[in-house]
Ligand binder design. Sequence first.
Ligand SMILES: Nc1ncnc2c1ncn2[C@@H]1O[C@H](COP(=O)(O)OP(=O)(O)OP(=O)(O)O)[C@@H](O)[C@H]1O
Length: 284
Amino acid sequence: MEHRALIEMKRVSVTPPAQAAGRKPPTVLKDIDFTVYNGQWVTLLGRNGSGKSTLAKAAAGFRLSGLKGRIANASRSAEASGKPVPIVMQQPEAALLGATPLEDVVLLLEQNELAAESIIGIAERALRKVGLGERMHQPIGTLSGGQKQLVAIAGCLAMDSPLLMLDEATSMLDPGASRSVLEQARSLHLEGIAVLWITQKLEELREGDRIVVLEDGRIVYDGYADGFYERTLRADGGSICERLGFEAPYPVRVAWELEQLGLSVRPFPYTEEMLAEAVKRYGR
Ligand SMILES: Nc1ncnc2c1ncn2[C@@H]1O[C@H](COP(=O)(O)OP(=O)(O)OP(=O)(O)O)[C@@H](O)[C@H]1O
């Protein structure tokens, strides 16, 4: 696949205007250099208040006050150029406008001034793609939180953006619904769409993910998942994950324990299933 930048941010900072006279405005993003290429999966990690949503909004093309630096965004569709890339938000209801999934995606396309004659077909295709073909005429209020997030994902697909942006899209969902939204995003990624997946949940990382960590408005790690967990890369013997104060998921902690006993489990077991596979291999 051709290596093409979809979003390129250079020296971006965001300092919203001070809320009260005499108060120093907070700098929410500091000197951000960040590029997302076509076909990439980027997991953006960071604690509450580290600047993740602001970075996503800036990357999507929102006009934020106090924004400085350069942002080139090649991920907007030709028809919708000039409009921000839609983001799937934390609250499943946050961006839904229609009474049914179909009406919702149609409204989004109408707002973005797509050619009227093609709108219904595009919306139906996008909803089928996320597995909502049977539910596209169902009242939105009868859908689960996970299904509502899939409607929001369908809206982004219908806009034909080569980049899907999801801002803590699973944080309000139960574990089963979280898994199905993550799996849906993963399967769209396998079909070639780039994904910016914002989360605080390390158990959502997978082998091969590019991970970008934000801390206090700055990027403090930009690398791959294995490098994030690898303990031997640092002189102090700790991993980048530990140095940044994140708690690694259970399967990774087990891999670290096994390493101390002289057993190296590679690739890192990101899930319990991967850990079970690794244990089976060593058990033979
Ligand atoms: N327009 C604004 N004016 C003042 N402060 C702001 C503004 N936008 C964001 N902030 C502050 O900047 C910090 C980063 O906000 P942001 O929402 O980007 O972080 P986040 O990592 O997405 O956090 P969360 O996980 O809680 O959503 C927060 O402390 C927030 O209160």
